[in-house]
Design a protein around this ligand. Sequence first.
Ligand code: GTQ
Length: 348
Amino acid sequence: MQQLGTLEELPLEYREMLTSHNLVPLWPQMRSVLPYNIPSRDTTFLNWRYENIRPLLMRAGELTPMEKAERRVLILANPGHGLENIQATPSIYLGMQLILPGETAPNHRHTPNAVRIIVEGEGAYTTVNDEPCKMERGDLILTPAGMWHEHHHGGEGPIVWLDILDLPLMYRLNSSWSIEGENQNPSRSRDKSYADYSASGIVPTLNLARGSDNSPQLRYPWSKTKACLEEMAADHDKGLLAIAYVNPENGQSIFPSIGFGAIMLRPGEKQKLPKMTSAKVFHVIEGAGSIMIEGHPTEIDSPLNFVERDTLSAPGYTSITITNMGEHKPLFLLTADEQPLHHYLGIF
Ligand code: GTQ
């Protein structure tokens, strides 16, 4: 590899002249912005254990009332990207949100796309453009870019969910902003979009003039996903059991930025995931296991163990192997990654 010139080799007076004209020489940083053979990957391979998050989140419930928080969230920040940059991966933001009984997180809408994965508790719902979406363990609730949303908890005990947003991407595009609104007053108790798309392969033809690539279905219940994976398992003795969450109108990813999926591992099973260019996030819905990555310079040799409700991140351009430690129980994981964006950019 050709050794390139450094900044220090250039005369100080020349460097100062460049700076004063807002110019920067490329060659001193050529190898860091265009590394040979493999990109640099900042995403640290790590597990945000729920047993560590939960007590701190509950304390936030005591320390900060809803009026002082608007959204009572602890951000799962990846140290590889710098904690202050609120990135779990280059374009994925993760936050653990707490709502206490009787509280409402007020209505607003914003440019980032968001998905909630319910972690703990029941009796809450998110109202999305006047549509109340019930929140049950493992459900995916979508609040696509620009749609009004507020969260209300009418049940008992705390409710906690994982927020997954393309906020880092929107922020760096200088396109992240929000608007406050009066709280919504839904007239129905059913979520219509789920009812409309409750049968796979069948879509409503009521009124479908849409200007967005985002999915019109706003709630994807875990019970359906789990049943689907179990049906697949009954027919396939081996191979990776995995599904993707898609827009039922076009079969594409539910958001253009972040792709969502679910994986099932049979009892005791070990599976290598298909290699991807994008970083990946995992949230454990049921079961316990371990995860290992290969192909990263700061590779952690020992696998990370995880249990139910843990959330993990892994860098892209790695080979990921997951083991189900349950000898009798299947393991279920939800996944999020930047695969749709990589496809769009032609780099997948
Ligand atoms: O619930 O609307 O974690 O607007 C970050 C920003 C949650 C939300 C977050 C948000 C929300």
